[in-house]
Design a protein around this ligand. Structure first.
Ligand code: SF4
Length: 474
């Protein structure tokens, strides 16, 4: 591709997506009921599904069987992750981009996009604002542009980690940016990132070429598909997959995500850390026909089917979706959400609540404050968590799975969720949220058997309430 920089691939890079085979798996008569029930039972045993088994779930339309899929997704989430929901907030650093993805507000040919890249001082101001409301986990987002190279990204990560204010600090920084080469990933990893996210956007080859002009960096399907393999080989062992639902058939895309997860499992012995499933949203200067093509009922099946297919991968539901839909969908397997998000470049220091479309990649659906979302999660029986322990204790990639598989995570996740929740209640919560949160903590404590873990947890919760001690994780 003329004029485009050299694109290094991973060792034995391979295009593992066979469109014809995936489409064939999705065609044919509805499956036998027993076949569906056997696959649902396998998931309930926390076993990952094959592409073929996932396709069977996607081919059934029987309401009774779908109800079983939804119920199993809920049960599986409870079994592996308990009732905790991990929280984060995105931070858009710059929206210059050399690509021209036809569905994106940041695409280079969009005349309405207001281009901006945060200066180091502006970045600090954004982080201080986020910390002032209790955010502890963030994902930095960048357009694809030579000026957002690995050194630049690493520098932003360090700035975020070094920006603290009282008890305010960001303890885990994830990245959503363009694919890099091995050296680039090592540079970014050395800055202490958590997850590196790259969304394939669509796994369907023809659609990919249609929406990503070939003379752009993003026009190279295999270079992007291979992006996280290079990241993993360079030491970024927490990787995040994603598809932009609405570009092509949602069932095909679910199979693509599962195929990608299985590719990682087979090749590196560990699955992806997270999967995201953003749906197309209105965007300034974008007129894309796929808007609304994946309805809420189908979107619910996307989440539940992924929950059954990849039991150990975190599922991220973002504030693209509106508040009431998020509230409903969360119970079908979601383990992470963002809250209190602003996605304009420099959005967190804006006085106005109103979104500023020409500085956004797309329009948000849920613009509620962090405290409002915390209050609703507590009301619905969830434990909101800002935990960052696994990643800081090296329980990532393979090490993380060791813990996850035997269910040990519950031994760590719930106590850490409760200590990070108590920090939020003491330092940032409204009186109503604090009252609901302390009640939730007492209910969770009552579920613990008496013993050293419970005693130590109670000690740490009291230390947070009565002293300035913070960040007391297991
Ligand atoms: S989707 Fe990403 S790469 Fe494509 S135009 Fe938007 S910011 Fe650029």
């Amino acid at each position: 591709m003329s004029g485009l920089p050299k694109m290094e691939l991973s060792k034995d890079a391979v295009d593992f997506i066979d469109d014809g085979y995936l489409i064939q798996l999705l065609s044919g008569p509805p499956p036998e009921r027993q076949q569906v029930r056997d696959i649902v039972a396998k998931s309930l045993n926390k076993q990952a599904l094959s592409i073929e088994e996932t396709a069977v779930l996607l081919r059934t339309n029987e309401p009774e069987l779908l109800e079983e899929v939804f119920n199993t997704a809920h049960t599986l989430k409870e079994t592996v992750y308990g009732n905790r929901i991990v929280l984060f907030a995105p931070l858009y650093v710059g929206n210059d981009c050399v690509n021209d993805c036809i569905y994106c507000g940041f695409r280079r040919s969009n005349p309405l996009a207001v281009r901006r890249t945060l200066t180091p001082e502006e970045l600090r101001e954004q982080v201080l604002k986020m910390e002032s409301v209790g955010q502890k986990r963030s994902i930095l987002v960048f357009g694809e542009h030579p000026k957002y190279d690995a050194d630049f990204i690493a520098e932003q990560v360090r700035t975020v980690y070094n920006t603290k204010n009282g008890h305010g600090e960001i303890r885990r920084v994830n990245i959503n940016a363009a694919p890099l080469d091995h050296e680039g990933y090592r540079t970014v990893k050395s800055a202490g990132i958590g997850t590196y996210q790259i969304f394939q956007e669509t796994y369907h080859h023809d659609t990919y070429s249609r929406v990503h002009p070939p003379n752009t960096r993003k026009g190279n399907y295999l270079y992007r598909l291979d992006g996280l393999s290079r990241a993993f080989e360079a030491g970024c062992d927490d990787v995040g997959l994603g598809v932009l639902f609405g570009l092509y058939d949602w069932r095909f895309e679910v199979l693509g995500l599962v195929a990608h997860a299985l590719h990682f499992q087979q090749r590196y012995g560990v699955g992806p850390h997270t999967i995201s499933f953003p749906r197309l949203r209105p965007a300034c200067g974008v007129d894309f026909p796929g808007l609304g093509s994946v309805g809420d009922e189908h979107f619910k099946r996307v989440i539940a089917t992924l929950r059954l297919a990849v039991p150990y991968t975190g599922l991220i539901l973002t504030a693209r979706e509106n508040a009431s839909l998020r509230r409903d969908l969360m119970k079908f397997g979601v383990s992470q959400i963002d809250a209190g998000s602003r996605i304009e470049i420099g959005g967190y220091t804006e006085k106005e609540e109103k979104q500023i479309a020409d500085r956004e990649q797309f329009e948000l659906g849920d613009t509620r404050s962090l405290d409002t979302v915390m209050g609703e999660l507590l009301q619905d029986g969830y434990v909101p968590s800002f935990c960052t322990a696994c990643y800081r204790l090296g329980r990532t990639g393979e090490h993380f799975m060791e813990f996850a598989i035997p269910g040990f995570i519950k031994r760590f996740c719930t106590p850490n969720a409760l200590t990070t929740l108590m920090e939020y209640l003491v330092d940032y919560a409204s009186p109503e949220t604090r009252a609901a949160g302390e009640e939730r903590i007492n209910m969770e404590l009552a579920k613990f058997e008496d013993g050293p873990v419970k005693a130590e947890l109670e000690k740490r919760l009291n230390r947070i309430k009565q002293t300035e001690d913070r960040d007391l994780y297991f």
